[in-house]
Design a protein around this ligand. Structure first.
Ligand SMILES: Cc1ncc(COP(=O)(O)O)c(C=O)c1O
Length: 407
């Protein structure tokens, strides 16, 4: 079954403009059903939550319902496992501050040299508190995070491993279920950055058996906010970061100092409407979770065609090196494709592509360690084309025409 792109693209008003968006790993376009809800919330129910009067009850229910929907979206067990925050960077920071209060000097944390800095820096900073930070390094030949390398770093002092589900540069799908098994067998915890993964694949925190999973909605067709899933017993067993009268049992509130953003939270219900709408136009109707599974499977199939079109063009070129998985298969990668061109700085390519009104991007994308360790900093990082399901083969072909004048 082919994804109904006509339906898909109508849900994103920005796609009818003159620009083609291929910097989606930086931020995706926003769904109209999301924007409509934000607008509606602000104009009609913009009051403080938790009061007895009717408008406050409506507002409270809206934010509560959004959290419930996100329980289904990631397959968590209950509402208290979903923590809303302003960004992934902030949520990982809150987690590191809270969880490390239960750790002692000499305890170990493993970070990668492949992640976005959001899931590295907050952990590395614990060195100042006496914790030992170890680095799990990418295999520079395969661009993979090998499980065998992780095993060598684990000790009886390892408290947590922080790793990405999918790198925002390489696009390679990491086997986080395997990582989680190895980490848990060692008696340690695992924190996954799912930011570059969540726009492309359904998340299942129970099946992958991870302890913490964080991602940002502005890359998943929603607003500028983020969420963290945390396993409930772990959340209960660490101190929070909220006022003294917010009790330890009050999860997720003890990790949400101040108010969450109400209107943006309510906006998340627009993601549900979209996913349900996709299922319906393809003749399928089920629960939100069923529809999520169905829709994201369709997205992955379409994305594979996009990745194939681009990689079939780039792979044979002798002067181009793909930084990441060269195979287009949806079982191996998402269509976030980074590459280098011999003897050419990455910015010069992107600036020329801009002239065709196609938005791509160059740089390190805050995966600074990865770009430094691969020796790509002096070339101004990689060229990154990051596609999502609303992109079309025609758009990719237009990009190829633009690139072909340059490389
Ligand atoms: C893989 C990855 N992790 C984390 C982040 C940070 O997300 P936020 O801006 O919500 O802090 C980004 C942002 O680009 C990202 O690509």
């Amino acid at each position: 079954m082919n994804l109904n792109l006509d339906y898909v693209r109508k849900q994103f008003p920005a796609l009818s403009g003159e620009w083609t968006f291929m910097d989606n790993a930086g931020g995706s376009q926003t769904l109209k059903p999301v924007a409509d809800r934000i607008y509606e919330y602000l104009l009609n129910t913009n009051v403080q939550l938790g009061a007895s009067y009717q408008v406050s009850r409506v507002a409270t229910k809206r934010v509560d319902d959004a959290r419930k929907k996100m329980v289904e979206f990631v397959n968590a067990r209950e509402d208290s496992e979903i923590i809303f925050g302003s960004s992934t960077t902030m949520l990982v920071r809150i987690l590191s501050l809270c969880i490390s209060q239960n750790w002692k000097e000499g305890d170990e944390v493993i970070v990668t040299n492949c992640d976005h800095e959001a899931n590295i820096g907050a952990w590395r900073d614990l060195e100042k508190k006496g914790m030992v930070i170890k680095e799990w390094r990418i295999n520079p030949d395969t661009f993979r995070m090998e499980t065998e390398d992780l095993k060598k770093l684990l000790t009886d002092k390892t408290k947590l491993v922080a790793v990405t589900h999918t790198s925002n540069i390489l696009g390679t799908l990491n086997p986080i279920k395997d990582y989680a098994k190895v980490v848990h067998d060692n008696g340690s915890l695992i924190c996954i950055d799912g930011v570059a993964h969540a726009p492309h694949r359904m998340i299942d925190v129970q099946d992958t058996d991870v302890d913490f999973y964080v991602f940002s909605f502005y890359k998943v067709y929603g607003p500028h906010m983020a969420m963290m899933y945390g396993r409930k017993e772990l959340l209960l067993n660490m101190p929070g970061i909220n006022h003294f009268f917010i009790t330890n049992d009050d999860v997720p509130y003890k990790f949400q100092p101040g108010s969450v953003n109400y209107e943006l939270s309510y906006g998340l219900m627009g993601i549900e409407e979209y996913v349900n709408g996709i299922a319906k136009v393809h003749g399928k109707e089920g629960s939100f979770r069923d529809n999520t599974e169905f829709s994201f499977r369709l997205f992955a199939e379409h994305e594979e065609v996009l990745a194939k079109t681009l990689l079939d063009y780039l792979n044979p070129k002798n002067n181009v090196k793909i930084i990441g998985e060269t195979n287009y298969s949806k079982d191996l990668r998402v269509p976030t494709v980074a590459f280098m061109v011999d003897n050419t700085k990455s910015d010069s390519i992107v600036l020329k592509v801009d002239e065709s009104k196609i938005g791509i991007r160059f740089g390190d994308f805050y995966a600074r360690h990865l770009i430094d360790d691969l020796g790509l900093a002096e070339r101004n990082g990689v060229v990154r084309v990051s596609l999502v399901h609303y992109n079309t083969t025609e758009e990719v072909n237009n990009l190829i025409v633009a690139l072909d004048k340059i490389i």
